[in-house]
Design a protein around this ligand. Structure first.
Ligand code: PMP
Length: 336
């Protein structure tokens, strides 16, 4: 039985990249091809990252956001799969910069690094296999869901540390996210919220969760089976800098229903307000003031507009685009 359900929500890039990075070299994207028996294709034995670069029009510069932190997690995820990667954090960051320079994107961009067991060899295992590392990047449209999303609690349980460790970004575990996401979308919701084995709230299909209740900002601890999100740690720092108390602790499902505000965060969704859960309004059913304040600061920070947070933004181009070097601060910002 193959019933194709048209959701209208599939995201297909309307172009493919010109370039790819693969195992230490840059090559045309079309030449990065893999065989049908590739191990990771059968068993999900890979891991990935999702990084964004933001175009700053005033400075004529593209800034990659926290690439070193993404690649630290990338290498940790590899270690979970017993993978020894040759490339250091610095080399991987350099590869992203090199790739983006070749592509020459002067717009917001999404970067997808991937490490996987590339042997054309069958047999379920993590030993006697060879890792490969690739990176591709595509321009992205900025979709701002200012009106917020409607989430539901999924009937699928989140993978756990003792099944497929969710603290890493392991390819195979995204079947779990995909089951939850598609069932949520087909049921008319925008996104799924998942519970862990213990019944605590953990995260969305590809995003971490924060709620605001009685003036406190709460987020589940990493030990409740959530990804060690870079956006999550960014927002925890920004919220504290804005004077808010952020508490990491287990969250019950009904605390989400009773929250005054709630939001998802992640490199892909950035910061997206949750205004309804399971047909219940969160707070007044509109984006709350604390969410809005953190979101506004976040978007300034990622685009390199906050001097205090400039070290998180790695400039791609040696000289500002547009003829003149419009950047004063870029020179002092870190190049990975
Ligand atoms: N949780 C999951 C399951 C994810 O896939 C993502 C996206 N990487 C996140 C949380 C958010 O992580 P980050 O902020 O590092 O993108």
């Amino acid at each position: 039985m193959n019933r194709r359900v048209a959701t209208g929500l599939a995201t297909k890039p309307n172009r493919l990249p010109a370039w790819a990075y693969l195992d230490g070299e840059f090559l045309p994207y079309a030449e990065a091809r893999f065989g049908l028996l590739t191990h990771a294709l059968h068993y999900g034995t890979g891991l990935f990252a999702g990084i964004r670069a933001y175009w700053n029009e005033d400075e004529g510069q593209l800034f990659v956001f926290r690439p070193d932190d993404h690649f630290r997690r990338f290498r940790d995820s590899a270690r979970l799969l017993r993978m020894d990667l040759d490339e250091s954090v610095e080399e991987l960051t350099g590869a992203v910069i090199g790739l983006l320079r070749r592509e020459g994107y002067e717009q917001d961009t999404y970067i997808r690094p991937l490490a996987f067991y590339g042997d054309e060899s069958l047999g379920v295992r993590l030993h006697d296999l060879t890792p490969r590392v690739g990176i591709a990047a595509l321009p992205t449209e900025f979709i701002d869901r200012k009106d917020g999303v409607h989430a539901c609690f999924s009937s699928w349980t989140r993978v756990s540390d003792n099944s497929i460790p969710p603290r890493g970004k392991i390819a195979g575990s995204y079947v779990n996210s995909s089951l939850a996401k598609t069932d949520a979308v087909l049921a008319g919701f925008d996104e799924a919220l998942m519970l862990n084995d213990a019944g605590h709230v953990c995260e969305g299909s590809v995003e971490n969760l924060f709620i605001v209740r009685r003036g406190e900002i709460l987020t589940p601890p990493i030990t409740d089976d959530v990804l060690e999100g870079i956006t999550r740690s960014t927002l925890m720092e920004l919220a504290a800098q804005l004077g808010h108390k952020v508490v990491e602790r287990s969250i019950d499902r009904t605390e989400v229903y009773l929250a005054d505000e709630a939001f998802f965060c992640g490199t892909g969704v950035q910061l997206t307000s949750i205004t309804r859960v399971d047909h219940r309004l969160i707070g007044g059913g509109v984006t709350g003031p604390i969410t809005a304040k953190i979101r506004d600061l976040y978007f300034d920070v990622v685009r390199g507009r906050s001097a205090r947070h400039r070290a998180w933004c790695s400039p791609v181009f040696e000289k500002a685009r547009g003829g003149v070097d419009r950047s004063t601060a870029a020179a002092s910002a870190k190049v990975g």
